[in-house]
Design a binder for this molecule. Structure first.
Ligand code: NAD
Length: 396
């Protein structure tokens, strides 16, 4: 039987352990002490029970998966793969893995679930650059379909292939990418939130109008504003800041002052009861006032937004909806193009990543192709002319 060691039994480690056990792997879990591991195993078994109650899996399959979960108990020598999901701190990860790696088979793969640290640097510090790889699951790991398989500077290609095969065998969609800040999703999805905040800051539209537009015209499952309330503005701004700093403070990825002010006021979203919406009411109500000070929209920009929207959506949009939808979707498409340009990933991997990592209705580059690249560029030029920074600049 294939064996995996999962180090760190928190939100991500427990989720990854469940996925592996449900797909027939023997899982050896480790955390700071036995009580944490036992609690995590009990929690996973409870989740498996709930899946049985809902008719998603059989009792036999749940019991078999539950039986495959064990504390590490010195069995590292049998593991072909180790996945670490401990605190996001390079020093801690290096120290913990430094003690475990010598106990693994000499060809075992060491995968990190890090969201923001360099896979290559971790591999170098552990002195195993060839067999250290990123295996970036999304939260909650048993539900979210995507795994980004991150190739460190010196990761062996055979290691990348094997990790991709394992993720696929565990029922995941795989997007391969380079070891760059934010990998694919945490970078390419940023304009969904950032451009929406800018539209509010510019006094063009209210958050609830933006949310409604992105769902009805764009087919997105959640609007950007309600999604940031759900994620938590503290978490969302922290990721924005990290990615922005690491990508040379690009104007395209710059933090929103409105979102940062929500954080400093303690309005973190659903978890604090209030963010952009008041969540204490029966139906969440938007509590952000929009100062209507929008500069006039040129006829050329309005026409380009309408033309773009007609080719991007089958829904009939008003000019106001077209302006909002076209601005956010073009910003996303442009970021996907920049990611391809910067060598982050191939177009098909970028599209897989946004479809399964953030559940977009279509891949962004495929969407660009169906809208027409020239039409997208035309709108970008109009947007570029109407803004005073270079966030709508295209890659050459
Ligand atoms: N939460 C997310 O949405 C998410 C998504 C993708 C990736 N990640 C990454 O996954 C990793 C874990 O995140 P999480 O959200 O599961 O965190 P978490 O806080 O829920 O879990 C971390 C676990 O690591 C354990 N740990 C700490 N020091 C340890 C040690 N010395 N030895 C063994 N275990 C130790 C903690 O006790 C805890 O159980 C981080 O690198 C994070 O960046 C998180």
């Amino acid at each position: 039987m294939s064996r995996v060691a999962v180090i760190g039994a928190g939100a991500m480690g427990a989720g990854i352990a469940q996925v592996a056990a449900q797909h027939g792997w023997d899982v050896h879990l480790q955390d700071v002490d036995d009580a944490v591991v036992e609690a995590a195993i009990a929690g996973i078994r409870k989740r498996l029970d709930r899946l049985v109650e809902k008719g998603r899996i059989t009792r036999e399959d749940a019991d078999a998966a539950g039986e495959r979960l064990h504390p590490v108990d010195g069995r590292l020598g049998d593991c072909e793969l180790l996945i670490e999901a401990i605190v996001e701190d390079l020093e801690v990860k290096t120290k913990v893995l430094g003690e475990l790696v010598p106990r693994l088979p000499s060809d075992a793969i060491v995968a990190t679930n890090t969201s923001s640290l360099s896979v290559g640097e971790l591999g170098d510090r552990l002195d195993i650059p060839g067999r250290c790889c990123g295996m970036h699951f999304f939260n909650p790991a048993p539900i979210m379909k995507l795994v980004e398989v991150v190739r460190g500077r010196d990761t062996d290609e055979a290691v990348v292939d094997r990790v991709a095969d394992i993720a696929a065998a565990w029922g995941k969609q795989v997007a391969r990418c380079a070891d760059t800040p934010g990998f694919i999703v945490n970078r390419v999805a940023r304009p969904y939130y950032l451009e929406a905040f800018r539209i509010v800051e510019d006094g063009i539209a209210s958050p609830d109008f933006i949310d409604d537009t992105m769902k009805t015209i764009g087919g997105f499952r959640m609007g950007p504003m309600e999604l940031t309330d759900f994620i938590g503005h503290d978490v969302n701004t922290a990721t924005t800041r990290t990615v922005w700093e690491q990508w040379n403070r690009s104007a395209r990825l710059a933090p929103s002052w409105l979102q940062e002010s929500l954080v400093s006021e303690g309005h973190l979203g659903r978890k604090s009861g209030r963010g952009i919406y008041d969540h204490q009411a029966d139906t969440p109500t938007c509590v952000i006032q929009v100062v209507e000070n929008a500069p006039a929209v040129s006829d050329e920009l309005a026409a380009a937004a309408m033309d773009f929207t007609r080719h991007a959506s089958e829904q009939e949009a008003t000019p106001e909806q077209a302006l909002v939808f076209a601005r956010i979707l073009t910003a996303l498409i442009n970021e996907a193009r920049w990611a391809e340009h910067d060598g982050v990933a191939a177009p098909a991997d970028i599209d897989t990543a946004v479809r399964y990592g953030v559940n977009y209705p279509r891949g962004l580059l495929e969407w660009r192709d169906s809208i027409g690249p020239e039409r997208v560029s035309g709108l970008l030029r109009e947007l570029d002319a109407s803004t005073d920074d270079d966030r709508f600049a295209e890659p050459s």
